[in-house]
Design a protein around this ligand. Sequence first.
Ligand code: NAD
Length: 326
Amino acid sequence: MKIAFFSTKPYDKEFFEKNKQTHELAFYDVSLNESSVRLAEGFDAICVFVNDIVNATILEKLAQLGIKLIALRCAGFNNVDFEVAKKLNISVVRVPAYSPHAVAEHAVSLIMTLNRKTHKAYNRVREGNFSLEKLIGFDLFQKTIGVIGTGKIGEAFAKIMLGFGCKVIAYDIFKNQNLIDLGVTYSSLDDVLSQSDIISLHCPLTDKTIHLIDNEALEKMKTGVMLINTSRGALIDTQAVVEALKNKKIGYLGLDVYEQESNIFFNDLSEEILIDDTLARLMTFPNVLITSHQGFLTEEALTQIAIITLNNISAFEEGKKSGNEV
Ligand code: NAD
């Protein structure tokens, strides 16, 4: 099949080219939008990523151009209007799991960096400053970790934290028996919010989870809590979190995702003026660590993403089900 890739970076090209099978691939670095959608002309399918907006207008244009398949090279699918895609007879496939370890381990790296301040120590030592002032962290051993969403990534994350000797409590609409067998306790959302020293979000963004962490939820948390979000930005009401940082309710914040990340994350804006005041404010706090949606960025995850996406496309071409239809 002829596939147009949007929002591509050099690493996408590298991993997809390596695994391309018989398909013809064209890589565009622009994201999918009303002006770039015309680039899909002459292709059978498009391949998009987390911040490509696939709304009704775009879908109608894609249908007019003869696109039959949208292959998401990611797990989350909150950016696609499925009802409209269905009406237009455009199929949508995704990569439900590639390496849950990649994202889980990134969440842990945010925790470790925020806690032990290795990013600050690295810079200090390079400048010949060997003082330890203001680098005090805390033992993770025996701390209570609250995991919200215990699917593939939440499970991998919980297992790592159990390895640190933490007490792991969890909230999910479905319980994960593997975790119960390992000693994880399920509680109500309120209990997880109020009992945890560290809270890590691993549920998808849905109508039910949007702004799951709002003023009310923050109110229930321990003062000085560490909040980690590697899932989707809009799980958090960012303005409420900024206030909670200002009044010290939140002691540490680690974000790999941000509500308004599209058009910012994945781009080098070092010579531009940052116009997002909320992100700019977040970046001023000494106890906030932001990475730009890099949880998936490991060799293993990128390989799996390419293989599974291309297998999804091959199955569609052969009229078979891949099992990854949305
Ligand atoms: P998954 O489907 O395996 O697990 C999600 C879990 O969330 C499930 O157990 C589900 O029951 C639970 N859930 C659903 N609604 C809930 C609710 N209202 N309250 C509590 N729990 C709820 O998904 P996964 O593979 O573990 O991925 C989780 C999320 O991680 C994805 O939705 C995606 O947004 C995000 N993600 C981020 C990156 C990154 O690079 N940062 C990469 C991949 C995925």
